[in-house]
Design a protein around this ligand. Sequence first.
Ligand SMILES: Nc1ncnc2c1ncn2[C@@H]1O[C@H](COP(=O)(O)OP(=O)(O)O)[C@@H](O)[C@H]1O
Ligand SMILES: [Mg+2]
Length: 247
Amino acid sequence: MSEAPLLSVRAVDAGYGHVDVLENVSLDVGDRKIVALVGRNGAGKSTLLRTISGLIRPRRGQIAFAGANLAGARPDAIVGAGLLHVAEGRRLFRRQTVDDNLELGRYGLRLTQAEHARRIERIHALFPILREKRGLHAGSLSGGQQQMLAIAQAMMRAPKLLMLDEPSLGLAPVLVDQVLDAIASLRAEGVAILLVEQMVERALEIADDAYVLQNGRIIASGPAREIAAGDALRAAYMGEHGAAARA
Ligand SMILES: Nc1ncnc2c1ncn2[C@@H]1O[C@H](COP(=O)(O)OP(=O)(O)O)[C@@H](O)[C@H]1O
Ligand SMILES: [Mg+2]
């Protein structure tokens, strides 16, 4: 048997109030892997990320991260364990500078000066544009640059696992490639990634493994290359114009 995955979701049911969304969802993210979670609008992708990050309490099932049980844990405890969630939409402080936004990323975290400098250095090596634009307002950056800043903000906490919800939303195609390339380079830095992305074809190119979610259930999983070539993906996107063409 191989060693336990970094994140392991087992038989999770979750939803909102009386609304059931996720049913019997199981998913693994291995250390230093990129795992793509795909499926049409409303399938429950964001709900699954919210459940893993503790914003929604699962009704049933287990969530283990780095050896600890996280199901029902508080969001701040989950962040503290090294699991960060970059939610849909870029939640930046648009009227503050790029540097200030990075500082806000480490809110509540005590770092030695040396460690702080090391993290900034690492972020600038990953996203050189954030060094170039460090004194500018976040709101003046392009959409792709803002997305990189949102990811960099999470990187200030040196996560083990980053969950990214639709990082390419609203970006021009050339910027989508930039952001996805940046995400691929995070893996080289030792960060595991759970990636929700509507640019399915591109996401599957950079992912190691993939899961297809349909109506709150996982209908297929496996190596990203096999999922990209398989029928489940087409079935999951059937009837959704645009996404079907991209998939
Ligand atoms: N806050 C909420 N309250 C009630 N239902 C919600 C809420 N957020 C999402 N939903 C419902 O949960 C289902 C899954 O939504 P979501 O997880 O956002 O899907 P996806 O991210 O795959 O597009 C949808 O039917 C959606 O309408
Ligand atoms: Mg969503």
